[in-house]
Design a binder for this molecule. Sequence first.
Ligand code: MN
Length: 136
Amino acid sequence: MVDSRLILVVEDNEQNLELVEFLLEDAGMRVRVAQDADTARAQLGEEVPDVILMDMQLPGTDGLTLVKEIRARAETARVPVIALTAHAMRGDRERFLAGGCDAYIPKPINAVTFVDEIVAVLNQVSGRAGRTSSPR
Ligand code: MN
């Protein structure tokens, strides 16, 4: 599969970051990485990605706060955000979706299905965008 879309991965865990980067680049995607909110903000200021993969547990500013900033900024308001989290607590998924995320992928990452999950979200989101003009 060749997919040259740009994905910003915000993840503080080095091991997860390396795995995700490897899988996405192997699928042909362009990957930018950030290990904290400040770096993510800087990356977003330079180039608006096609999709953001957001770890919800970050040092300092957490993922949900960062998603709210992304939604509040005109340039990034409509960029799909996929929440990534080790939390398996009841209600987390709903909380992240209500907080502005478009989808949710639980950790640990399944290396076999991960890229397909990302692509499925992108297809779903672009389909939705084509059907409605209402703001999120
Ligand atoms: Mn984390």
